[in-house]
Write a protein that binds this ligand. Structure first.
Ligand code: ZN
Length: 471
């Protein structure tokens, strides 16, 4: 289909020169960008072309679709259920794992649908998943929504020595593999399923829960498997000071050094969080070409120590790819990548009492071109350039919060949110039109979630007591 987005008030190209075009236009054919430039130039070059659809963008900002480099599809059914005042270990062991243990394929599908819709509606066109339990159902939901995704299956093979006494007796058997070999075989099966039943927009990746839940054999085997299959390798690591200290007690070093020592780091690895790093570990990540998914929203909500010990500006200075991620809807509270841009642009400057740290332009790069690099797709997405896939979004600028516009990048990061997005294209296909998702009946999904979410909480015996009286 030939498509013309014309007369955009602004286009953030994110091309190598980082050009911002005023009154710009973009033409698309067969899902790829065929022209981008000032409107007069594009219209002159495209003269005589027959466009099947022309979208007026005179009140819009066009930019590449946002790329969420760390997203949990199955967390959305428990958004708001886990207490806000618990640390990462309590959150994971006493709340998340009992929930994971409980969910059934139909829950996976419902949560994946809701999460994909939340991302798409707020301007995310691609994401890296962090490990589902039921790949078939997750894949179905993602395909239905039309968003681009790297999907993976959840894996861990090292249960805690002293699990919480509240764990159901079969939780360990259900969530943990009893050997790295079995975990890797299931990973390969899940990747094959994605290949056989997926689309051009979906790819299977290797993923581990990571942190202290996996054996050395599983870390090293996962890297080898991903390299053999030519896919990415994604896991949580160095997520908090608490984890780093516990790792040091056990193996004598912090988590990134541990991974380096066992040979588990490669240039296709994307590590989520990486909050607890020592200075020399930045160099390890740089040398190995490891990509980082920085998730400021969940780090703040779970009090991981990001503002106190995080070294994200230093990683960027070292030339490391640092994408942004929302983590799960339960751990961060939101799948809105615009919010993550705002946090990345602000919290590190505050921690160092230096306002020039990171800033708006770098935050936008992290959410787009860095994300594309993390996915291994920077030749295809992450910027608006001729030949790239037409994954792009438009912000409606005709709003109080976005008026006036002295600096459009500043507006985008500090004065906007994902609900200001009113158009989303993936492969040149319009998935959000005038703020409405066109691939799925959203109202139906909301109604279904409102029934299913309390049901799954009940089955998992998870209840949250309000600190204020509810009558
Ligand atoms: Zn996560």
């Amino acid at each position: 289909m030939k498509l013309l987005l014309r007369n955009a008030k602004y286009i953030l190209t994110l091309d190598p020169q980082r050009r911002i075009l005023t009154n710009g236009s973009i033409s698309i054919d067969e899902g790829r960008i065929t022209d981008v430039g000032k409107s007069d130039d594009v219209l002159a070059r495209q003269k005589g072309e027959q466009f099947e659809r022309v979208i007026d963008c005179s009140r819009r900002l066009l930019m590449p679709g946002l790329i969420n480099t760390h997203a949990h599809l199955h967390e959305n059914l428990v958004k708001g259920l886990f207490p806000d005042n618990i640390d990462t270990t309590t959150w994971t062991l006493e709340w998340a794992y009992p929930y994971f243990h409980t969910i059934e394929p139909r829950d996976e599908y419902a949560s994946a649908l809701l999460t994909s819709l939340e991302m798409l509606r707020s301007g995310t066109t691609s994401f890296i998943e962090s490990g589902v339990e039921y790949m078939k159902e997750a894949l179905e939901a993602v395909k239905k929504v039309g968003i681009r995704a790297a999907l993976s299956r959840l894996a861990m093979d090292r249960p805690p020595l002293n699990p919480p006494h509240t764990w159901p007796t079969d939780l360990v058997d259900k969530l943990y593999y009893d050997s790295a070999e079995k975990a890797l075989a299931d990973q390969e099966t899940a990747i094959r399923l994605c290949k056989e039943e997926g689309t051009d927009r979906t790819i299977g990746w290797v993923a581990l829960i990571g942190k202290r839940t996996c054996t050395k054999e599983l870390y090293v085997g996962a890297l080898e498997l991903s390299q053999r299959l030519g896919v990415g390798y994604h896991f949580h690591m160095a997520s908090s000071l608490e984890e780093a200290v516990a790792t040091e007690k056990e193996v004598g070093c912090w988590p990134i050094t541990f991974l380096e020592n066992i040979g588990a780091l490669g240039d296709n690895a994307v590590i989520a969080h990486a909050v607890a790093l020592k200075d020399d570990e930045i160099d390890i990540l740089r040398r190995r070409g490891v990509k980082i998914s920085h998730c400021p929203g969940s780090a703040l909500k779970l009090a991981k120590g990001m503002t106190k010990i995080g070294k994200f500006p230093e990683m960027l200075d070292a030339g490391i790819t640092v994408g942004l991620g929302c983590d799960g809807a339960c751990s961060s509270g939101s799948m809105d990548m615009v919010r993550e841009m705002y946090l990345a642009a602000t919290v590190h400057g505050d921690a160092r009492m230096k306002a020039s740290t990171i800033g708006a332009e770098t935050a936008v790069e992290m959410a787009t071109i860095h994300g594309a690099r993390a996915m291994g797709l920077d030749n295809e997405i992450g910027s608006l350039e001729v030949g790239k896939k037409a994954d792009m979004i438009a912000f409606n600028l005709q709003q109080i919060s976005l008026t006036p516009q002295h600096d459009i990048v500043s507006n985008l990061v500090f004065s906007s949110n994902g609900q200001n997005v009113d158009t989303v294209l993936v492969d040149g296909e319009e998935l959000v039109v005038d703020g409405k998702i066109v691939t799925v009946d959203v109202q139906e999904v909301i109604e279904e979630t409102l029934i299913r979410a309390p049901e799954v909480a009940r089955r998992a015996s998870l209840t949250r007591d309000s600190r204020w009286p509810v009558s």
